[in-house]
Design a protein around this ligand. Structure first.
Ligand code: DGL
Length: 256
Protein backbone atom coordinates (compact mmCIF):
# COMPACT_ATOMS: atom_id res chain seq x y z
CA UNK A 1 0.00 0.00 0.00
CA UNK A 2 1.24 3.50 -0.88
CA UNK A 3 0.44 6.43 1.39
CA UNK A 4 1.09 10.09 0.59
CA UNK A 5 1.91 12.48 3.43
CA UNK A 6 2.29 16.23 3.04
CA UNK A 7 3.16 19.21 5.16
CA UNK A 8 4.35 22.76 4.64
CA UNK A 9 7.89 21.74 5.62
CA UNK A 10 9.61 19.29 7.93
CA UNK A 11 6.95 19.23 10.69
CA UNK A 12 4.94 16.46 9.03
CA UNK A 13 7.97 14.20 9.42
CA UNK A 14 6.74 13.72 13.01
CA UNK A 15 3.62 12.09 11.54
CA UNK A 16 5.70 10.17 9.00
CA UNK A 17 7.90 8.77 11.81
CA UNK A 18 4.87 7.46 13.67
CA UNK A 19 3.45 5.96 10.46
CA UNK A 20 6.75 4.13 9.81
CA UNK A 21 6.91 2.91 13.39
CA UNK A 22 3.31 1.61 13.47
CA UNK A 23 3.07 0.34 9.89
CA UNK A 24 6.54 -0.83 8.82
CA UNK A 25 5.41 -2.51 5.61
CA UNK A 26 3.64 0.27 3.78
CA UNK A 27 5.26 2.54 1.19
CA UNK A 28 5.36 6.20 2.15
CA UNK A 29 5.85 9.25 -0.05
CA UNK A 30 6.42 12.54 1.77
CA UNK A 31 6.11 16.02 0.31
CA UNK A 32 7.33 19.04 2.30
CA UNK A 33 6.50 22.39 0.72
CA UNK A 34 9.70 24.01 1.97
CA UNK A 35 9.60 26.63 -0.81
CA UNK A 36 6.46 28.10 0.74
CA UNK A 37 6.73 27.28 4.47
CA UNK A 38 5.25 28.60 6.73
CA UNK A 39 1.60 28.12 5.84
CA UNK A 40 0.43 29.10 9.30
CA UNK A 41 0.73 32.88 8.76
CA UNK A 42 -1.13 32.87 5.43
CA UNK A 43 -4.77 33.37 4.46
CA UNK A 44 -7.20 30.48 4.14
CA UNK A 45 -7.43 30.96 0.33
CA UNK A 46 -3.67 30.66 -0.06
CA UNK A 47 -3.47 27.60 2.20
CA UNK A 48 -6.27 25.94 0.18
CA UNK A 49 -4.44 26.68 -3.09
CA UNK A 50 -1.09 25.39 -1.83
CA UNK A 51 -2.74 22.28 -0.38
CA UNK A 52 -4.51 21.44 -3.65
CA UNK A 53 -1.21 21.89 -5.51
CA UNK A 54 0.55 19.56 -3.07
CA UNK A 55 -2.25 17.01 -3.53
CA UNK A 56 -1.87 17.20 -7.30
CA UNK A 57 1.81 16.26 -6.90
CA UNK A 58 0.66 12.84 -5.68
CA UNK A 59 -1.82 12.31 -8.52
CA UNK A 60 0.50 10.27 -10.75
CA UNK A 61 2.18 8.39 -7.94
CA UNK A 62 -0.62 5.93 -7.26
CA UNK A 63 -1.22 6.65 -3.57
CA UNK A 64 -4.26 5.01 -1.98
CA UNK A 65 -4.57 7.34 0.99
CA UNK A 66 -3.43 10.88 1.76
CA UNK A 67 -2.46 12.15 5.20
CA UNK A 68 -2.51 15.92 5.55
CA UNK A 69 0.28 16.10 8.13
CA UNK A 70 -0.20 19.82 8.70
CA UNK A 71 -2.71 21.37 11.06
CA UNK A 72 -2.91 24.61 9.11
CA UNK A 73 -3.81 22.71 5.92
CA UNK A 74 -6.14 20.38 7.85
CA UNK A 75 -7.91 23.37 9.43
CA UNK A 76 -8.30 25.33 6.19
CA UNK A 77 -8.30 22.88 3.29
CA UNK A 78 -9.49 19.42 4.36
CA UNK A 79 -12.96 19.75 2.82
CA UNK A 80 -11.51 21.07 -0.48
CA UNK A 81 -8.99 18.22 -0.58
CA UNK A 82 -11.70 15.63 0.09
CA UNK A 83 -13.83 17.09 -2.71
CA UNK A 84 -10.89 17.14 -5.14
CA UNK A 85 -9.51 13.62 -4.52
CA UNK A 86 -11.08 10.23 -5.00
CA UNK A 87 -9.04 8.54 -2.24
CA UNK A 88 -9.48 8.77 1.56
CA UNK A 89 -7.96 11.97 2.95
CA UNK A 90 -7.11 12.21 6.66
CA UNK A 91 -6.23 15.29 8.66
CA UNK A 92 -4.57 15.70 12.04
CA UNK A 93 -7.25 17.60 13.95
CA UNK A 94 -9.96 15.12 14.94
CA UNK A 95 -7.46 12.47 16.11
CA UNK A 96 -5.76 15.04 18.37
CA UNK A 97 -9.08 16.17 19.83
CA UNK A 98 -10.16 12.56 20.46
CA UNK A 99 -6.91 11.78 22.26
CA UNK A 100 -7.12 14.98 24.37
CA UNK A 101 -10.66 14.14 25.48
CA UNK A 102 -9.48 10.68 26.57
CA UNK A 103 -6.50 12.08 28.48
CA UNK A 104 -8.27 15.00 30.16
CA UNK A 105 -11.60 13.70 31.40
CA UNK A 106 -11.74 16.62 33.86
CA UNK A 107 -10.47 20.19 33.57
CA UNK A 108 -9.64 22.57 30.74
CA UNK A 109 -7.63 21.75 27.63
CA UNK A 110 -4.99 23.98 26.03
CA UNK A 111 -4.40 24.17 22.29
CA UNK A 112 -1.30 25.64 20.68
CA UNK A 113 -0.84 26.03 16.95
CA UNK A 114 -0.16 28.41 14.11
CA UNK A 115 -2.18 31.60 13.61
CA UNK A 116 -4.15 29.94 10.76
CA UNK A 117 -5.07 26.93 12.89
CA UNK A 118 -6.01 28.87 16.01
CA UNK A 119 -7.97 31.53 14.13
CA UNK A 120 -9.91 28.86 12.19
CA UNK A 121 -11.53 28.04 15.56
CA UNK A 122 -11.79 24.38 14.61
CA UNK A 123 -10.24 22.99 17.82
CA UNK A 124 -12.29 25.33 19.99
CA UNK A 125 -15.55 24.26 18.32
CA UNK A 126 -14.80 20.53 18.59
CA UNK A 127 -13.65 20.72 22.23
CA UNK A 128 -16.44 23.04 23.36
CA UNK A 129 -19.04 20.80 21.76
CA UNK A 130 -17.66 18.05 24.01
CA UNK A 131 -18.26 20.36 27.01
CA UNK A 132 -14.64 21.42 27.51
CA UNK A 133 -13.22 24.74 28.59
CA UNK A 134 -10.51 25.68 26.07
CA UNK A 135 -7.44 27.93 26.25
CA UNK A 136 -5.73 28.61 22.93
CA UNK A 137 -2.52 30.32 21.89
CA UNK A 138 -0.81 30.75 18.55
CA UNK A 139 2.96 30.34 18.77
CA UNK A 140 4.35 31.57 15.42
CA UNK A 141 8.01 31.41 16.47
CA UNK A 142 7.87 27.67 17.18
CA UNK A 143 7.93 26.75 13.48
CA UNK A 144 11.16 28.64 12.58
CA UNK A 145 12.78 27.22 15.74
CA UNK A 146 12.05 23.70 14.52
CA UNK A 147 12.99 24.46 10.91
CA UNK A 148 16.35 25.64 12.34
CA UNK A 149 16.75 22.43 14.34
CA UNK A 150 16.60 24.32 17.68
CA UNK A 151 14.54 21.71 19.50
CA UNK A 152 15.93 22.33 22.96
CA UNK A 153 18.39 24.61 24.72
CA UNK A 154 18.16 28.20 25.95
CA UNK A 155 16.47 29.75 22.90
CA UNK A 156 13.76 27.10 22.70
CA UNK A 157 13.25 27.39 26.48
CA UNK A 158 12.87 31.18 26.38
CA UNK A 159 10.37 31.06 23.51
CA UNK A 160 8.35 28.28 25.19
CA UNK A 161 8.19 30.33 28.39
CA UNK A 162 7.15 33.47 26.51
CA UNK A 163 4.23 31.73 24.78
CA UNK A 164 3.05 29.28 27.43
CA UNK A 165 3.15 31.30 30.67
CA UNK A 166 -0.58 32.24 30.43
CA UNK A 167 -1.60 28.66 29.66
CA UNK A 168 0.37 27.45 32.67
CA UNK A 169 -1.73 29.72 34.91
CA UNK A 170 -4.99 28.39 33.51
CA UNK A 171 -4.71 24.94 35.14
CA UNK A 172 -5.05 22.99 31.89
CA UNK A 173 -4.97 19.21 32.24
CA UNK A 174 -3.82 18.50 28.68
CA UNK A 175 -2.33 20.49 25.85
CA UNK A 176 -2.81 19.65 22.17
CA UNK A 177 0.26 20.25 20.02
CA UNK A 178 -1.89 21.48 17.13
CA UNK A 179 1.00 21.88 14.75
CA UNK A 180 3.03 18.99 13.41
CA UNK A 181 6.26 20.88 14.06
CA UNK A 182 5.62 21.13 17.79
CA UNK A 183 6.25 17.49 18.84
CA UNK A 184 9.91 18.29 18.21
CA UNK A 185 9.68 20.83 21.04
CA UNK A 186 7.86 18.37 23.27
CA UNK A 187 10.53 18.04 25.95
CA UNK A 188 10.96 21.83 26.24
CA UNK A 189 7.16 22.17 26.51
CA UNK A 190 6.81 19.33 29.04
CA UNK A 191 9.68 20.71 31.16
CA UNK A 192 7.99 24.08 31.30
CA UNK A 193 4.40 22.90 31.96
CA UNK A 194 5.35 20.05 34.29
CA UNK A 195 4.31 16.40 34.25
CA UNK A 196 0.81 17.18 35.53
CA UNK A 197 -0.13 18.40 32.03
CA UNK A 198 -0.57 15.61 29.45
CA UNK A 199 0.87 16.43 26.07
CA UNK A 200 -1.23 15.38 23.11
CA UNK A 201 0.95 14.68 20.14
CA UNK A 202 -1.31 14.71 17.10
CA UNK A 203 1.36 12.86 15.09
CA UNK A 204 0.79 9.67 17.10
CA UNK A 205 -2.97 10.25 17.30
CA UNK A 206 -3.16 10.61 13.50
CA UNK A 207 -1.11 7.49 12.82
CA UNK A 208 -3.37 5.48 15.15
CA UNK A 209 -6.48 6.97 13.54
CA UNK A 210 -5.86 5.46 10.09
CA UNK A 211 -5.19 1.96 11.46
CA UNK A 212 -8.29 0.33 9.98
CA UNK A 213 -7.44 1.62 6.48
CA UNK A 214 -3.94 0.13 6.44
CA UNK A 215 -3.23 -2.78 4.13
CA UNK A 216 0.16 -3.99 5.34
CA UNK A 217 1.55 -4.83 1.93
CA UNK A 218 4.45 -2.93 0.46
CA UNK A 219 8.20 -2.88 0.46
CA UNK A 220 8.66 -0.24 3.20
CA UNK A 221 9.85 2.24 0.60
CA UNK A 222 10.29 5.80 1.75
CA UNK A 223 10.57 8.67 -0.72
CA UNK A 224 11.11 12.21 0.50
CA UNK A 225 10.31 15.17 -1.74
CA UNK A 226 10.69 18.86 -0.93
CA UNK A 227 9.81 21.90 -3.03
CA UNK A 228 13.05 23.60 -2.02
CA UNK A 229 16.26 22.00 -0.80
CA UNK A 230 18.33 24.53 1.14
CA UNK A 231 21.76 23.41 2.31
CA UNK A 232 20.72 22.57 5.87
CA UNK A 233 17.62 20.55 4.94
CA UNK A 234 19.22 17.12 4.67
CA UNK A 235 20.76 17.50 8.14
CA UNK A 236 17.43 18.48 9.72
CA UNK A 237 15.46 15.74 7.96
CA UNK A 238 17.96 13.07 8.98
CA UNK A 239 17.99 14.38 12.57
CA UNK A 240 14.19 14.15 12.76
CA UNK A 241 14.01 10.72 11.11
CA UNK A 242 17.16 9.54 12.94
CA UNK A 243 18.69 8.01 9.82
CA UNK A 244 20.60 9.13 6.74
CA UNK A 245 18.20 10.28 4.04
CA UNK A 246 18.09 10.95 0.33
CA UNK A 247 15.91 13.90 -0.54
CA UNK A 248 14.47 14.77 -3.93
CA UNK A 249 13.17 17.96 -5.48
CA UNK A 250 9.52 18.54 -6.34
CA UNK A 251 8.37 21.66 -8.18
CA UNK A 252 6.42 24.11 -6.04
CA UNK A 253 3.40 24.19 -8.32
CA UNK A 254 2.84 20.59 -7.33
CA UNK A 255 4.39 18.84 -10.36
CA UNK A 256 7.08 16.25 -9.63
N1 DGL B 1 3.30 22.02 10.23
C1 DGL B 1 2.37 23.10 10.12
C2 DGL B 1 1.12 22.81 10.93
O1 DGL B 1 0.94 21.72 11.45
C3 DGL B 1 2.91 24.40 10.62
C4 DGL B 1 3.99 25.03 9.87
C5 DGL B 1 3.55 26.16 9.02
O2 DGL B 1 3.16 27.22 9.53
O3 DGL B 1 3.65 25.97 7.83
O4 DGL B 1 0.29 23.69 11.05
Amino acid sequence: MKIGVFDSGVGGLTVLSELRRLYPSVDLIYLGDTARVPYGNRSKETIVRYSLECASFFAKLGIELLVVACNSASACALDDLRRALSIPVFGVIEPGVKMALELAKEGPIGVIGTRATISSGVYRRLLQSAGKEVFEKSCPLFVPLVEEGLFNGPIAKAVVEMYLSDLKQSKIKAIILACTHYPLLKSAIQDFLGLEVSIVDSALATALDIKEFIKPEGSSNLELFFTDIPAHLERIVSTILQRPVEIKRALCDGRS
